[in-house]
Write a protein that binds this ligand. Structure first.
Ligand SMILES: *Cc1c(COP(=O)(O)O)cnc(C)c1O
Length: 224
């Protein structure tokens, strides 16, 4: 139980050269664990389940930046929209539309990342490369989602120890990120986040150009 402080220190050290942001993924872990890391200075936390995020948001400090990194159902957006810092898992155009609608109601822009599927596993959510380019065009060219701020891309590599495969997958995400950023350079000021890398693969992700890693089990221990 509790937080692995040594792991936290070495993670921060690994982030430092590039200035990448560490998201501490606290899903399924108690608020006490989050508080422990908060007291060490951590402010960015990631959650996968709406109900759990709602509960922890109510219990913990108001200056925590909550990242929603799971699969988000449209009917639950309103439960997190007022305060969520960044939604990483925008895995369909429909969801992007629904988030925009919620932003309109609140009269604010909601920060989002397009979740892009590059891994071999069939089960992972996400847009493919073609859909991600379409979503970017609808956002930047057609200006369809004025109550969304499109901040970048999130992706996951295969659950594998094959370094060449991981490099290839992280590379594909980085290439797409650069492509969109370059294509819409005039409007892409807020498009500056490439969220990739987890406990098992964050060094490779950072080496591949990630500027935001989402680390859970390394910090909080294995999930039951
Ligand atoms: C759970 C989760 C993580 C963290 O995974 P660990 O292997 O525990 O570091 C990162 N990203 C997403 C989307 C997750 O669901």
């Amino acid at each position: 139980m509790g937080v692995n402080k040594e792991a936290y220190k070495s993670l921060l050290a690994a982030m430092q050269p590039s200035g990448a942001t560490l998201i501490a993924v606290s899903k399924t872990k108690p608020s006490e664990d989050i508080q422990e890391l908060y007291l060490l200075g951590q402010r960015d936390f990631g959650e996968n389940y709406v109900q759990e995020l709602v509960k922890k948001h109510a219990e913990l400090a108001a200056d925590i930046r909550w990242h929603f990194i799971g699969h988000l159902q449209s009917n639950k957006i309103k439960m997190i929209a007022p305060y969520v810092h960044l939604i990483h898992g925008v895995d369909s155009i429909k969801l992007l539309e629904a988030i925009d609608k919620e932003g309109r109601k609140l009269n604010k822009k909601i920060n989002c990342l397009l979740q892009v599927h590059v891994a071999k596993e069939e089960t992972k959510f996400g847009l493919d490369l073609v859909e991600a380019r379409q979503a970017a065009a609808m956002y930047f060219l057609e200006k369809k989602y004025p109550h969304v701020s499109l901040c970048g891309i999130m992706g996951m590599a295969s659950f594998s120890e094959d370094e060449a495969l991981l490099r290839q997958e992280f590379g594909a995400l980085k290439t797409l990120y650069d492509e969109i950023k370059t294509r819409y350079a005039a409007d892409a000021g807020d498009f500056n986040t490439l969220s990739m890398g987890m406990s098992g693969d964050y060094p490779l992700a950072l080496a591949s150009g990630s500027n935001m890693v989402r680390v859970g089990s390394l910090l909080f221990g294995a999930r039951g």
